[in-house]
Design a protein. Structure first.
Lengths: 334, 334
């Protein structure tokens, strides 16, 4: 990081004038432990799972949309397929807990832990052993990609209802009330939002998750795809790979990852600030400053895929710009 | 635009969930008058000029840096070269008023109107005829690129001292005091900033630019590259091409363009909010909401080049995503 900072200061521009691009290049130098790192192979890992809590009417879309969207991902027609193509990233799709039988498909990783979580308004989402398995699954999926040459990963997810467990996780870990965190998800009206807040409050009261124990929080009020993404982050960081964290659900996964393993933090890059209500509070809790602010609220990894070109631009600056000496440009008067 | 909006609402995502990407795709549909437009050929037009006002000590870098940086652009070593390459855009470099003889070079457009402007602290920057010529030059340069197939243009500039005339233009047109607009440019200290504010106040008092007359403002307190970029914007808009407006200086050029021709406005896309002090006020005056906020303060078109991939992502969403019907995905419960 010191070498990258020193090089930035010799390039033909006023020092610091590329702002966050410079900061990002220095963070990436630290992540890869190289003064001028490169990112070539990129993937968006999309974890899909369902949520028993949809029985409480917390989503504007029916649960059948989860497997339908997985098929859409496999056919290349979803937003994440389009944005990953734009960024030159592949899409890795994992069924970690969809509440429907999905067909065999060469691009689908079938790692289902259960047909959806339990209804957190009535009991735990999953057992502690399942929470460990979810994280382990994420680690294994990202390690397989790293073995294939992956340099950087973006996190994405699909799961009707998954803003509810994400908001529950955020409420437990930040200590903020559910009303400050929960948002409209895919499009709840006012009554739907009120109901969702009440459901989250009930889930916290029924399950009493322990904020000092990330695995307890995940098992009590989490989701399989959220645990899987926490595993992706832990696995990527342990191999010194950058992680682009997408929006609300991915950020809840990052909170679980950091609860379990604070050393993951410097490997995380927040791609964007979502329109979902409490996302800013969650980013603040993590100490992450998002790159983009586009009012996105889709998930799937869309905001993270959008940010890949910014990472590559930051590294291209470090690698390709001429220094004052090379270009024969006069430096600032002192 | 209506067709693009209607199509966005049939794509497999909650309506509006791609936020600014959706808005941008609809704006671009309007710009190109096509329901699903494409952007293939891209260029950053970099206008270079010098400023007599540097005699007042308003810049941290010496004036010789302007021609040195033009050579750096021609050799491909500057930040704008790197970021334009990342975006797949060519760089078009125009000497419209550098205060030095520049060599012939196949990639340099030699359209010098004078060896720098007059010192605006003592009199006008240029004659009214020169201001017209600067705008005409910009129109001609962008029209030549459009004839070569250009689909979208980003604006960039180089000119030691050019935040001073830009701040003067912004002060005249917004009616705000110079102290609210002027910033540290390439790196002034507190005393330098005080001096710069006093110089801008003197320039306004000596020249009395008429805020109702954009050409008067440009000729009294502007710059050749600023007029050239205003011409690029007017020329691009008149051919229905999108314009990515870079930072502080490009935004001052946009203010001149809009003063002369308000119909240019819908063709402008503000790429980013610069760290330079008054940039937010200028964007508000224009009614433009920037895409990025990266604390950039380099100019050259760097922020605009960074935003090209976002435009292309917005259009790819419109073109490539599956509809609910095509993908067999259930729509929101009503």
């Amino acid at each position: 990081m010191q070498a990258a900072r020193a090089r930035q200061d010799t390039l033909t521009k006023p020092q610091g004038s590329l702002g966050r691009l410079e900061e990002l290049s220095i963070q990436l130098a630290g992540i890869y432990a190289q003064p001028i790192p490169s990112i070539r192979e990129k993937a968006v890992i999309v974890m899909a799972g369902d949520h028993g809590v949809v029985a409480e009417g917390v989503s504007a879309f029916p649960q059948e949309v989860t497997p339908q969207m997985v098929l859409n991902f496999l056919n290349g027609g979803a937003a994440i397929n389009v944005l990953a193509r734009c960024a030159g990233a592949r899409v890795v799709i994992v069924d970690i807990g969809v509440a429907a039988e999905l067909p065999e498909h060469p691009r689908l990783h079938r790692r289902k832990l259960a047909f959806g979580t339990g209804n957190i308004a009535q009991g735990p989402a999953m057992t502690r052993a399942q929470a460990e398995q979810a994280i382990q699954t994420g680690i294994e999926v990202v390690e397989a990609e790293i073995q294939r040459g992956l340099d950087a990963v973006a996190t994405g997810e699909m799961g009707i209802g998954n803003t509810t467990p994400s908001a529950a996780i955020a409420a437990v870990l930040t200590g903020q009330p559910a009303s400050q965190i929960a948002g409209r998800g895919t499009g709840l009206d006012d009554a739907g939002l009120e109901r969702k807040i009440a459901v989250i409050e009930r889930a916290l009261s029924v399950n009493q998750p322990n904020p000092q124990d990330g695995l307890d929080v995940l098992s009590k009020v989490g989701g399989f795809e959220i645990g899987g993404l926490a595993g992706v982050m832990i696995g990527a960081a342990s191999h010194r790979k950058a992680v682009l964290v997408d929006g609300f659900i991915s950020t809840a996964a990052a909170m679980i990852a950091i609860s379990l393993c604070p050393d993951v933090k410097p490997y995380l890059i927040a791609a964007h600030r979502s329109r979902e209500n409490g996302h800013g509070l969650m980013l603040d809790w993590l100490g992450l400053k998002p790159l983009l602010d586009f009012d996105l609220r889709l998930g799937e990894g869309t905001g993270a895929a959008l940010a890949f070109p910014i990472l590559q631009a930051a590294l291209a600056i470090l690698r390709e710009m001429a220094t004052f000496g090379e270009a024969g440009v006069s430096e600032k008067a002192r």
